[in-house]
Design a protein around this ligand. Sequence first.
Ligand code: AGP
Length: 609
Amino acid sequence: MCGIVAYIGDKKALPRLIEGLRRLEYRGYDSAGVALVDPNSDRLWVHKTVGRVEELAKGVSEGPETTIGIAHTRWATHGGVTQPNAHPHLDTENRIAVIHNGIIENFNELRASLEASGVVFRSETDTEVLPHLIRKYYQGDPLQAVIRAIQDIRGTYGIAVLFRDHPDRVIAARNGSPLAIGLGDGETVLGSDPQAIVAHTRRVVYLDDREIAVLTRDGAQVQRLDGVRVDQQVEIIDGDYTLAEKTGFAHFMLKEIMEQPESIRRCLGGRVMTDDGNAKLGGLNMSPRELVGVKRVVNIGCGTSFHAGMVGAMAIESLARVPARAEIASEFRYNNPIVDPEGVFLAISQSGETADTLGAIEEVQLKGGQTLGVVNVVGSTIARTCGQGVYVHSGPEIAVASTKAFTSQIAALMTFTLMLARTRNLSLEEGKAMARALADIPNKVAEYLQDPGPIMAAVEAVKGARYVLFLGRGFSYPVALEGALKLKEVAYVACEGYPAGEMKHGPIAMMEKGTPVIFLIPADSQREKAISNMKEVQARGAKLIVVHNRGDQEIASMADISIPVPEVPYYLTPFLTVLPLQLLAYQVGLALGRDIDKPRTLAKSVTVE
Ligand code: AGP
């Protein structure tokens, strides 16, 4: 979603701003813009464009030589994808420019009151109220004007403000939308994510909510909105921020699918101890005594991360015998949840910036609950807010459709399950068996990816379908949901995931001759029941695409299209059964001419509610 970069230093701002935006492209956006202080003009120089940063870069070659500016990539929320709606937004005199991530909830009333006082708006955005409000309150002190304007707004924001009259500073403020300040040598860089900063420096100060900063060439002064000075905690950005390359793959999505043997191995590496039949998670400061004290586990996430949370909750409950459930963050946070102080709440997020997940864990913390992050992006807001947890180490995930993060999240959750289970009733021998099976998962995933089976036959069945159903029971149910999410997100094919046993209570009415039904039936305790469900849809003429264990001839012979996967213990089957579904979504998307890495549905990082 939207990206923010600001630069003030001793070098040319424009190329650095464009480079910063390029590094934020992976978040998803639809338009981009830049504002610079033009030393030869009494107005700010602004250029905006619909489309790619590349287009913006072409259009700014005539930009002024200056060492201060702000730039933005927008993901439309309020107002269509148009050039006037792109950021930066300006006051009526073009002397104050604002870029903004987040949503201003009371913008309608603010706009009405500003219009009543004669302000003419140039866009449909919520953001545009900000430069006009700042102008209204500006009496020579830019910091005070921004503070005063912020006091009028309700909602979330990460903003950067540029003043023509103050070419020696950029003002930045945050409430709910992350901002990090990079402290370089003679330059200071603001980014909505560290990716925009790391090319300059790894020394960073993260703004907290209700904090505001004045950035100069020599650093930054941070204070709270009430004026109290904040002691800056300078942190060193850790982690891999090299710009990901497709390395010969046609799309990042395919590359990331194929990377899963290594990404899972990275997640498990040094954590799963096959000889001890146990695991250790460095980011989790919990002794066995504390683990024994865990009375319940709640996994919170959105989308794919929620599905991983479902798998993890099933594993925790069935193997560690600790009550566990998964919750959709956007529901959980607003349903006045009961927070058990003896429970742990795992915030699962690839980006670590998802607004709903962040909101949910803040609610848990407010109610005295213990939160742990299961996060990919090091130093992200959710990771920092949780304070402790597990990095899943899947490496940068660029494609909007999450694939390798899913399997790494499951790997991290299985590792946690093993630790929890060993403090309870899982014996040493059982622990060893689980640790060995887990450690072997990267090999099994590699084995499948080398020979993925008749995916293209499944593509033919799915690509023209009016409706596709994904079914699974037990551990295969969240995988069915994930398969449907991928197919919708990447290929825009109408489909849904369902628990196979529930199918006869409604969705069976959708079955017509030839309706593709994708059935996940690895060999587990539910296999026989799933076969009955398979027969029910087959009797109605459905075309059965079945993902099953290699060697299960009975199921293979019943399927129209049979996709075998290597055999693993039942609780690890999601690592394998999800792979053909990821490939299917990718190939159907390709066959239907979709923009695979940048589908129309979602941004990579969903930083608004
Ligand atoms: C999955 O393919 C999606 N892009 C989406 O559902 C995603 O998983 C969700 O928005 C949560 O993101 P997060 O893991 O970064 O919190």
